[in-house]
Design a protein around this ligand. Structure first.
Ligand code: MN
Length: 582
């Protein structure tokens, strides 16, 4: 392994040229050159970005992390035949390109060591400290042989839990998945489709919910290519053909737009922004023939100014190009629950084609592209924000609130459903936004306000009108929940509760009530049987006999034993013998 001298370790020329120039080629430094360069570029001091990196210590840490990872993975190969280390290196490079901090990059270099090599978490902690150990442990899979079918669900739950303390865990996991998708062609075919589908169902929506659209778009398209290669290729060709004709469509529109923006006193950059392939596929599916430029791209306006200037820009757009009625969506006043902020509108181009225009400030742009990553970057230092600090990540904090009580299989199923559903935003009468999964009902709204409100919910006022709990809530609805102090969840609620926390809570309450009823029934049976033998159960309970018998039989308490008696899991005769002394 190469030893490094940070004092001489300044990298100037590409490794190839350095080697050619006769400077002793250092293989570690050469392998790491692109990563170091990307990391330095992302953290160059610039407008609104003071400082930059403490370059030498950052480099030394990366080189040290790489050296350990390379040594531990040495001899292991990827399915492509490349040395395994190329994978963690690529993951770190993805993260460096997104501007993540040194700690995250070192953790990325080491992210598979504990899982796939003899390197232990203890050694990692001793070598690299707590912070990196927490990140690596967070992305380390639970052992499949030990956890069996539950491994996937438990692993994901573990990642989400770790993300509660440090969101960078999730970002590393997503970059890991992105690189695995990029190299998916080396996997056997049956694995490819399954892996791609799992990505579409879980990781891609997760990236979307965290607002990391750069990762989302690429993972989306890679998974699309793996699952439906022919449709992917057809979409690619159709989009390419459409974009080649973008000039005639967007050119005249832009020509009208620029003077209008100037008249309104708005400074903005105007650009054509292609949609990603999977989005086009989802929108047009089989009807790709004659895909029009306006169907394959949108116009993006980056406003050099304040939030208010976005609304002025919107007016300027509508003054220049006829708007399609009812197509303005204001994700500034009502943000999505993934940090995304922009105005969307649809206008008619001079040649009669409707297309979408997106308006946001330059400051909103990085967050619209990088979501939570932009916030992690801005937080600076080497501490990732916790979810508690990110109050705008409503969805993630909800997820963390309910994951702890969910059985793992249910957790994953419901998470998939929640991610797939999209979302609506309703309001309380005080004007607070309540984000809900699509298809959510007044009952879900009630549970979103708190479990106590949900449990006692008996009806709702939707936009001032009385409605049953099962009524579907739409975006923009103002909802008031009616409660009854004596109210309680019932079995039929599961027929129309849609959101994960509501369903889990109702199921828990129902299970609890069932257990109580079973315990009552069991205890009544025992009381009657003992009465015939002149034993008073109440007195036995007071002496602690009942608890002793329960413990003896392996139950946590007397109620658990009574419940077993109630369901018939425990025989009455077995129990009587222990209470009735000969
Ligand atoms: Mn990996």
């Amino acid at each position: 392994m190469a030893t490094l001298n940070p004092a001489t370790g300044r990298f100037r020329l590409p490794a190839r040229r350095r080697a050619a120039a006769g400077g002793g080629p250092d293989p570690v430094r050469a392998a790491l050159a692109p990563l170091l360069a990307a990391h330095r570029t992302a953290h160059r001091a610039g407008p609104g970005r003071p400082g930059g990196l403490p370059a030498r210590s950052a480099e030394a840490e990366l080189l040290r992390g790489y050296a350990v990872a390379e040594r531990m993975h040495r001899g292991q190969l990827r399915k492509s035949g490349a040395p395994y280390i190329t994978h963690p290196l690529a993951v770190a490079l993805i993260l460096a390109g997104m501007g993540l901090d040194t700690t995250t990059l070192v953790a990325a270099l080491l992210h598979d060591t504990v899982e796939d090599t003899p390197y232990t978490l203890g050694e990692l902690r001793a070598d690299f400290g707590d912070e990196i150990a927490v990140l690596v442990d967070g992305v380390t899979k639970l052992d499949g042989s030990r956890w069996g079918d539950r491994a996937e669900a438990e692993t994901f739950r573990k990642i989400v839990l770790a993300a509660a303390a440090d969101l960078r865990v999730l970002v590393i996991k997503l970059a890991d998945r992105l690189h695995n998708l990029r190299t998916l062609r080396h996997q056997p075919e049956h694995k490819r489709a399954r892996y791609a589908q799992a990505s579409h169902e879980l990781l891609v929506p997760f990236a979307d919910r965290l607002g990391i659209h750069v990762l989302k778009r690429e993972m989306d398209d890679l998974a699309f290519a793996a699952r439906h290669p022919e449709e992917h290729e057809a979409t690619r060709l159709a989009v390419r053909a459409a974009l080649s004709r973008a000039g005639p469509t967007f050119g005249p529109a832009t020509a009208l737009l620029r003077p209008s923006l100037a008249e309104h006193g708005v400074k903005a950059r105007v650009g054509v922004r292609p949609s990603h392939l999977y989005a086009v596929h989802q929108a047009f599916g089989g009807g790709l023939a004659g895909l029009r430029p306006c169907e394959a791209a949108r116009l993006l306006l980056l406003v050099d100014g304040s939030t208010a200037d976005c609304y002025i820009a919107l007016g300027a757009v509508h003054a220049a190009l006829h708007p399609v009625a009812g197509q303005v969506r204001d994700f500034i006043a009502t943000p999505k629950d993934n940090l995304y902020r922009s105005l969307h509108t649809r206008v008619i181009s001079p040649d009669g084609d409707p297309f979408e225009v997106i308006i946001r400030t330059e400051a909103m742009h990085p967050v619209a592209e990088y979501g939570i990553v932009a916030h992690i970057r801005d937080a600076g230092g080497d501490t990732g924000p916790t979810v508690a600090e990110r109050r705008d990540l409503v969805w993630l904090s909800r997820l963390l609130a309910w994951q702890s009580g969910a059985p793992s299989a249910e957790f994953l199923d419901r998470l998939r459903a929640d991610l797939a559903a999209g979302h609506v935003a309703a309001f309380t009468t005080r004007g607070d936004i309540v984000p809900l999964p699509a298809g959510a009902t007044a009952l879900d709204f009630a549970y979103a306000l708190g479990p106590g409100t949900g449990d006692r919910c008996i009806g709702a006022l939707v936009n001032g009108r009385l409605a049953p709990m099962s009524v579907q809530i739409r975006s923009g609805n103002v909802v008031q929940i009616l409660t009854d102090p004596a109210g309680a969840p019932s079995e039929d609620w599961l027929g129309f509760a849609v959101s994960v926390p509501a369903r889990l809570h109702i199921q828990r309450r129902l299970a609890l009530r069932r257990a109580e009823q079973e315990a009552e029934a069991g205890r009544r049976r025992l009381v009657r049987a003992l009465a015939g033998r002149d034993v008073d159960l109440l007195a036995a309970e007071a002496r602690g006999d009942s608890l002793a018998v329960a413990r003896d039989l392996g139950y946590s308490d007397a109620d658990a034993m009574y419940a077993a008696l109630g369901t018939g899991a425990l025989g009455l005769d077995d129990l009587l013998a222990r209470f009735v002394r000969p």
